[in-house]
Design a protein around this ligand. Sequence first.
Ligand SMILES: [Mg+2]
Length: 128
Amino acid sequence: MAFSVLIVDDCSAMQTVIRRILGISGFDVDACYFASDGEEALAILHSHHVSIVISDVNMPRLDGEGMLRRITEDKDLCHVPVVMVSSDATANRADRLLSMGAKAYLVKPFRPHEFRDQLERVLECVHA
Ligand SMILES: [Mg+2]
């Protein structure tokens, strides 16, 4: 299944890691966009077709939580699934983001197969 992905992280090394995991997991990525904060991500979402957003939480300017709120409140963007990736392993953080509409919450560092399983689940739900 081909799709376009937006990877949002203020750490460029993490952007690269996620892109590589997508590749080795066999996802057929048509287009991959990168943003280093929520504001940049929203600009891309408003100008490109994006199938799924994979986003860090802690970022400058607009963090992952603020970005998620803006996406879920936007009638043009609210259908785009957002997967959060964070080094914050507290259940509170994960629960809040999931209740706000995030489709998955992965704690860094994660194993590639965990990432693949979660992403497959999210994409199946979207295309069901
Ligand atoms: Mg960060």
